[in-house]
Write a protein that binds this ligand. Structure first.
Ligand SMILES: Nc1nc2c(ncn2[C@@H]2O[C@H](COP(=O)(O)OP(=O)(O)O)[C@@H](O)[C@H]2O)c(=O)[nH]1
Ligand SMILES: [Mg+2]
Length: 237
């Protein structure tokens, strides 16, 4: 119940008495409805949709490049690339021989379901009827905003790289709580940082006990098999 206006909703008012969170709630509700439609479409088409979230530079695009190299002959993949500007990441994916559509948010720090829907329809034209097994959605580099927006994905994967520090799960709890998988990336750099894998795992599991945690290095290949197995096990038949 709101103490300011006495209505049943749990919202806040600014200094002029105007309700401030209703707009956000309505935006989130609109997004959730579009996310449900996305998910239904992905289900109908037998596509496993994966939403990758992380800070800029944690290694999302690199993980996708390595995944494509390893699984291209067995798994049909495509990528929706979210960025504020440029189509540099989509170009990196296309260079590996996989269709990619760039979603530029024009300043927004996260992707929303309506943009994903538009991007997916664009992608379908490129696929020309070809069945897709896995759709990766690389979110805008940001560990905060993307956690609030369901895109209709089946699995949300949060990446945190070794140079970012092992304290990040506690500092960005929403990203950890809303993800099913956490990939610790750049494990090859552990010797160069004061980084405790155990501390990071313990903190992350304290926020989300069912989180599946992997430790990987795209550079050395460490842990990559576990990631590939995960994708193979969860793709739809
Ligand atoms: N040492 C090391 N560097 C990596 C690894 N994965 C990615 N990088 C580097 O991290 C930088 C950012 O990677 P990128 O995939 O573009 O991150 P994104 O912004 O999350 O998509 C690039 O210079 C990559 O070469 C890794 O496993 N080990
Ligand atoms: Mg990227």
């Amino acid at each position: 119940m709101c103490n300011t206006c006495g209505c049943d909703h749990d919202h806040q008012h600014d200094s002029s008495g105007t309700r401030v969170v209703d707009v956000n709630q309505s935006l989130l509700k609109t997004n959730e409805e579009a996310a449900a439609r996305n998910k239904q479409l992905f289900d109908e088409k037998g596509i496993l949709a994966i939403n990758l979230i992380s800070s800029p530079g944690s290694g999302k695009t690199t993980l996708l490049e390595k995944t494509i190299e390893a699984l291209k002959d067995q798994v049909s993949m495509a990528v929706l690339e979210g960025d504020i500007e440029t189509d540099l990441d989509a170009e990196r994916i296309r260079a590996k021989g996989v269709p990619a559509v760039q979603l530029t948010t024009g300043g927004a720090c996260h992707l929303e379901s309506a943009l994903v829907s538009a991007g997916f329809h664009n992608l379908e034209h490129q696929l020309d009827g070809r069945k897709l097994d896995v759709l990766f959605i690389e979110n805008v580099g940001n560990l905060v905003c993307p956690s609030f927006f369901d895109l209709g994905e089946h699995r949300r994967v949060v990446l945190i790289s070794v140079p970012e520090g092992h304290d990040k799960p506690l500092k960005y709890p929403k990203a950890i709580r809303t993800s099913q998988v956490m990939v610790i990336t750049k494990a090859d750099l552990i010797p160069h940082f004061d980084f405790s894998v155990e501390k990071m795992k313990t903190d992350a599991l304290s926020l989300n006990p069912s989180l599946h945690i992997m430790v990987t290095s795209a550079k050395t290949g460490e842990g990559m098999e576990e990631w590939f197995d995960f994708l193979q096990r969860h793709r739809k038949e």
